[in-house]
Design a protein around this ligand. Sequence first.
Ligand code: NAD
Length: 452
Amino acid sequence: MSTTIASSVQRLRATYDSGLTRPASWRINQLKQLQQLLNEHEAALLSALNADLGKSTAEGWLTELGYLHSDIKHTVKHLKKWMRPQRVSQPLMAWPGRSYRYPEPLGVVLVIGAWNYPLQLLLSPMVAALAAGNCVVVKPSELAPKTAELLERLLPDYLSAETVQVVTGDAAVATQLLQQRFDHILYTGGGRVGRIVMKAAAEFLTPVTLELGGKSPAVVLEDADISVAARRIAWGKWLNAGQTCIAPDYVLVHENVHDQLVSALKTAINEFFGSDPSTSEDYGRIVNQQHCERLVSYLDNGTIAAGGQHDMRGRFIAPTVLTEVDEQSDVMQDEIFGPILPVLKIKNLASAVSFIRERDKPLALYGFSCSQRALQQLTEQTHAGNQCNNDTLMFMLNPELPFGGVGPSGMGRYHGRFGFETFSHLKSVMTRPFKMDPNFRYPPYTPFKQKL
Ligand code: NAD
C-alpha cells in the first residue's frame, strides 16, 4: 500500500511539474466536471449519505450537494479575478519598477475529510485546491464508508487521475499518507488527530490548515425573541442529529427566561420532528455504536427536560434537552457532537462572557439578543472562530466570510476566496528596468557617507 501511495503522490507531482494545472481554463474545466458529477449522481450520493448518517434527501441536499453547487458556482465566477496578479505601488527607493502580488499554486496538497459531512468537508477544500491550481490527494473518512466508496468510484470518471487521487482507508492509511511530502495539508476532524497531522507535517515543514471542533456556546439574553431563538437553536443543534462541528454545543440562558426557552425548545422539537422523532424522515442517526454509547452516557449528567429516548441498535438518540447540569460533568467537559443540548442558567452577559473565556476558544459562538450593544460586547469580549448573532450556522452560507477555528478549534481558514488563498502562495514579484542605475546605492556609498 505505501508504495502505491508514494507512487500516486509522485504521479501528481509529475503532473504539477508539467504545468498542466496552471491555466484558468484547466481549473474551471475541473470544477465544471465536478459539478457534472454532482448532477449526474445526485440520487446515488444522497442515498449514500442516507446510508451512512440517516440524512434525509432534503438535508443531504441543503447541507452537502446544494452547498457544493454554490461553492463551485462562486469559485468559477470569481476565479480569474482571484488569479490576477495584483499590482501595488513602487517605493521611491526602488523606482523605477513594478511590483506585483502574484498568487501561485503550492503543488501537491492533501485533504483529509471527516465523516459528519462526508461530501462537503472533502470536496469543498478540493474545489479550493483545484481552483488554486494544485494537484490533490483526497482522503475521505472511513466512518462514512458508503460515501467514501462512491467517491472513490466516481471521482476518477470525472477528474483526471493525473491531478486528483482518492485514497480510502482508516488511520493506518492516513498515517502512510502523512509520511509523504505535501505542499499543504487541510485536515478536518478532532484535535487529537489534528496534533498527529501537524507533527507529521512538521517533518517536511508542510503548512497545515486544521479545521477542528470544540464546545460552541449559544448565549440567550433576557431581551431575545425566545421563540425564534429556540427554533434557530433547535435547527442548528438537531440538524444531522447534532453531529455538526458548528452546532450549538450548549446554551447559556438568562435565568429569567430559562423555563420559557426550555419550553420553546420542546415546541420546536415537536414541530420539526413530531412527537416520536424516531419515525421522522428528517431526523438523522448517530454515525456508529461507539458514538451512541458515548452519547448515552451523558444522559444522566442532568435532568432530562425533553427527549432522552434511545435505541442503540438503530443508532437513534432523540433530540434531548438537559437542564440542571453540573459544569464539571462530562457533558460539559467533552465536545458533545450529538443530539444532547445542556441548558445552563446565567445571571447576565458578564457571567456568560466569563464562562466562555474560562474555556477553550470555540469554533462558533451564537449570541441572541435585541440589543446591538450586548451583541457587540459579546464579540469584543470573547474569542471564537466564527460568530453568528440571532441565528445558528447561517454564516456558513456567505462565501465572503472566512471559515476556520482559533486556538484549539483550529488554524487557518477557507471558503470562497479564503480557500483559494489557503492553497496559494502569494509571491512578491518586483521587476526593474536596466535603465537608470545610479551609483549611490552601491559601495563605497560615497554620497551617503558624505551626509552622515
Ligand atoms: P474522523 O474520525 O472522520 O477523522 C477525521 C479524519 O482523520 C478521517 O479521514 C480519519 O481517517 C483520519 N484519521 C483518523 N485517525 C488518524 C490518524 N491517527 N492519523 C491520521 N489521520 C487519522 O472524524 P472525527 O475526528 O471523529 O471528527 C469529529 C471532530 O471533527 C469533531 O471534533 C468536530 O467538531 C470536528 N469537525 C470539524 C469541522 C470543521 O470544519 N472545523 C467539521 C467537521 C468536524
